[in-house]
Ligand binder design. Sequence first.
Ligand code: ZN
Length: 594
Amino acid sequence: MSDIQYRISTKHPQSHLFEVELFIKKADLSGQKLRLPNWIPGSYMIRDFAKNITQISAHSKQHDVSLQQLDKSTWEITAANAKQVGEVSVSYSVYAWDLSVRTAHLDQTHGFFNGTSVFLEVLGQQDQACDVIISNSANAWCKDWAVATSLAKKQVDDSGFGCYQATDYSDLIDHPVEMGTFTKLSFSACGVPHDIVLTGVYDCDEQRVIDDLTTICEHHIRFFGEPAPVSYYVFLIMIVGDGYGGLEHRSSTSLLISRKDLPQKGQAEVSESYRNFLGLCSHEYFHTWNVKRLTPAVFLQADLAAETYTPLLWAFEGITSYYDDLALLRSGLIEQKSYLELLAQTMTRVLKGQGRLKQSISDSSFNAWTKFYKQDENAQNAIVSYYAKGTLVALCLDLTLRQHSQYTLDDVMKKLWQDYLNGQRGFADDTIQNTIEKLMGKPCTELFEQLLQSTEELPLASLLKTVDVDLLTFAPASQSDKGGQVIEKPAQADFGAFLRQKGDYLHIVRVQEQGAAQMAGLSAGDDIIAVNQLKLSLSQFEQMMKTKQAAETIVIHAFRRDEFMSFNVSLSPAEANIVVLQRAAETADNWPHV
Ligand code: ZN
């Protein structure tokens, strides 16, 4: 038995409480600190998981111990007149009722947890191996439950309950656990066993999911080169009516998806929502290399009590986002037209936000904790996504390499992986630039400054021209146009606000900085009740924007809180911010295929 052992059980799942017991054989009784992380790697926001701990107490057979809380997430055990080291145990409950990939969730239908939500870290002993005993409840609800996790098995029964082992605390918290009556689909990719664990109510073409995920996983493994860096991998998938999210781990991923994302039996084509699902799986699986192993140096010993800052998130999320959809194309799951549509949608997302003119992606990465992860109604005006613009920066780097050298971004990623295998751990801020400079044989300082540090528009149109792709822009036909498709009847005028139908009102979700609505004094949160004296639905309003001309004035009556106000809005010309990519010539053996 390891000197540190956790036991987790679900006595009363309907109360959403995980019961945890932590045994420490050699606790420092002069002051043994225990701490729960405040954030989970991969999701850059302080979440204060310890707020869900209740009824914590410490016990010892040999010593008279007491437990004191030191701050929001740290406790300390001390013993009066005790020897320096002794055996103690700590019991606590964790309230788990947040259905997200980042936390923990428990009811009579299933249990899910990340170690960061349930396992206190034994400070000073975080490098020690530990055991984790996952025990099933005697409760009738749980009698058919099984366990799915990538934690290393030590001694478990057929359903997966029993003892697991982690090499240290960072390993312990990097293998989420699902328990319940899930469906398990298994496949092998390049000789490595993989499972897909599906929780929730669904009906889908399971064989197609197996086949397509096999294709994606084998593509990524071969991209970086066999052997795969894992000996087992599991996709833990929670299916709900409406949800989207994913979190990467070293040998697994947790996904939250919508039921409609799964392929229906008899459905032959790749629907837009199934394409999103495949893209999400591809994204998280690519992270197995890019961020879980190739990672910023500051993440190697990340302090989980406080923010860990890096300007490099664009490289780990942006480059991963570039390759997630590219892998679908290269492995034959989607057509080139479909790929170019996805890329054009990413360009549209960036172009629609004024924040791209204010924030660089280095800045966006660095401030992810308080800006990207805490977006408010002003986000589009103030920040740029290191995912979306990061994808486009990866594209710019790829096309620049192709234009000026015999290499591509694929070679950069493979070189970085080779360096990792040769023992180089942790990226410095300039590691990617240095690697590209070596391949290009010349300095790229100016290029990197432009792409990463500045808010200059990216040279997408000129770079895409070098691979025979035309970048066209259109004004949107409606506020929900995502890009990628030619707009037949674009709007002439722009109101400068994003609206949502709220009963009889048109609720202003956000306004564009210096846009027509803002210039007239309208604000996010206002509820429009009449436009030119008429009640309009959202589609009627959008139709109106197609007939109005720039500089025409419309009269808006609205409520701000409970105060009635009127506004004369002088419409702006509609901006051409919808991107469409068209292949000028068929060059199937070149980018993006190879
Ligand atoms: Zn990601």
